[in-house]
Design a protein around this ligand. Structure first.
Ligand SMILES: [Zn+2]
Length: 153
């Protein structure tokens, strides 16, 4: 059967293992974002001087106007809670002993999804949340260098 004879609506399946390997990289902007988080304990964004948007986490290009973004800005460790939820199961669907809180914390025109350490009854949209970083000696250059976010004082 040729490609033209094949029914494009017919389901297809691959039986067996796919011999595929891959390596994920952060990319140019992600590399600098995570290196600065690890080495300096800062959350960095990039600014589009054409649109005025601030991307957090930092990106190399503006998603609106495709300008290359070369201006970096320290957005601080305090962001604004945009939404949150309680998790009752882990990523494999196993029940958690205690529910976990996860939220989206806005910085600039973006933000980060991360764990929250807070009394859920005190959380509200718009609340200022502060990143709690691991000690510098324990940071590895990942998003988990932020342990969690807590209500800012
Ligand atoms: Zn732009």
């Amino acid at each position: 059967m040729t490609l033209l004879e094949r029914d494009p609506q017919a389901p297809t399946a691959w039986r067996g293992n796919l011999p595929v390997t891959s390596r994920y990289t952060y990319g140019l902007a992600g590399e600098k974002f995570f290196r600065t988080l690890k080495d300096e304990g800062k959350i960095m964004g990039t600014v589009c001087n054409n649109c005025g948007r601030t991307y957090v986490p930092a990106t190399a290009f503006c998603e609106r106007c495709l300008s290359e973004l070369t201006e970096w800005v320290d957005v601080g460790l305090v962001g604004e809670l945009h939404t949150f939820t309680r998790l009752f199961v882990d990523y494999d669907g196993n029940p958690l002993d205690e529910p976990e809180l996860v939220g989206f914390i806005g910085f600039g025109d973006g933000g980060l999804i991360h764990k929250l350490e807070a009394d859920p009854d005190t959380l509200e949209i718009g609340k200022k949340m502060e990143a709690v970083l691991k000690p510098k000696s324990k940071r590895t250059g990942s998003i988990l260098d932020i342990e969690h976010f807590k209500p800012a004082k």
